[in-house]
Structures are given as structure tokens and as C-alpha cells.
Design a protein around this ligand. Sequence first.
Ligand code: ATP
Length: 218
Amino acid sequence: MTRLNAIFGGTFDPVHLGHLRVALEISEALDADVRLLPAPVPPHRPQPLASAEQRMAMLELGLAGCARLHADDRELRRDGPSYSVDTLAELRAELGVDAPLVLCVGADAFAGFASWHRYEHIFELSHVLVLTRPGAADRVAWPEPLRAQAVARRGALAQLSESPAGRIAELAVTPLAISATAVRTLIAAGRDPRFLVPDAVAEYIGRLGLYQAAAPRD
Ligand code: ATP
């Protein structure tokens, strides 16, 4: 059977246990390899406090020992704006036309999906997995232009491995009340980030003095 590949992007400034728990749950629920892709931040947005190399290094430390979770720096290596559609096109070329590919997005981000660069082409390249919190309060808001396609595109998790692209499924993931912003804020206040980030990441942050002097970026 063709292996299922999923991608999960973020700033990862720094990676924390909320990110890693979600990635693991995606991997288990889909029986998939999950690539975590740190994103370059456009010049007009608040810049990450850690460099691209440091964010990548922390991700690699955090993923050590997780056989099916992989750090992927392809978006950091690309010049100019980084669009999901370009990343998916690159992966599609590498994995072949038959490999099921899944783009994972949070429910909030999915609500704005129709404003993404060439979003319609995304469905030709991959499935979309919308990550929700358990419980009915967090129902997925379908972007208006996609509502008409909801019946045709919506699928069960098991269906994602049956075709290379084109479906939308949902996965309720364990909510951990951790954000990178909160991690940066507590380090800047002189507090210890252990048990919010993997131990090796806490050790790296301490060794390099990351996030200590600088004010949180938002
Ligand atoms: P920041 O606080 O700097 O905005 P963040 O913690 O939200 O960062 P990102 O790197 O921006 O982290 O997020 C990458 C992805 O991980 C996003 O889809 C985001 O919704 C998701 N995510 C972040 N924190 C959690 C969490 N605690 N549980 C589940 N998903 C999370």
C-alpha cells in the first residue's frame, strides 16, 4: 500500500508539546508519516525571535526518537514568499502521482482557506485535514466558496488513504493550553519552560540564551 504523507506547518518559535502532541495524533490517526515544516515569516510580519536555523534545530531536537515525525526545512530554503500550494507541488513531484498527501490545518486557519494562494489547486495536490478540538462547540466553519463542494469533498479519515488528493476530513486533537507566545513570555520573565517544551529543547534554549532578553514578539 502507498504510504500516506501529511504536512503540518508553523512558525515553531519554539516548538512545544502542543505541536508535538498534534503531530503524533495525526500520525496515529492516519497511519502516516508527518512532516513538520517551519515557515519563513514574511518581512511585513513580526519576525520570529529565534533564527530559521535555531527553529529548525529545536524541531529536530523535539522530534528525536519519533520515527514517523520529520522536520522538513524546504520552506526555509525557498526564496521569496512560501505558499502551501508550492510546497505540496514539490512533494507531489517527489512522492509520485498516486501517493496520498494530506495538508493539516487548524480549524481557525481553515475558515480563511479560500483566501490562500491558489487554494483550488491545493485540492488537486492533496487532501485537507482540519484539526479541531473535541466537542461540538468547535465545529468546522466551511469557507463560503467551499460550501457547495462540502458533500463531494468531505470524507472519513479512512478515505484519505484511498486516493491521492481532493478530500476534506476532520480530526479532533487533544487540546493542550500551550502557545509559543506563552513559552517566550515566561522565559523572558526568567521562568523555566520545562514540561511545556521537550527537555532537549529547554536545554537548547537555556544554552543559547534564547528568548531571555528580548520582549515577546506579539
Ligand atoms: P505563536 O504563539 O508564536 O503564534 P503557536 O504556539 O500558535 O505560536 P505556531 O507555530 O504558530 O505555534 O503553530 C503551528 C500550528 O500549530 C498552528 O496550526 C497552530 O494552530 C497549531 N498549534 C499551536 N499550538 C497548539 C496547541 N497547543 N495545540 C494544538 N495545536 C496547536
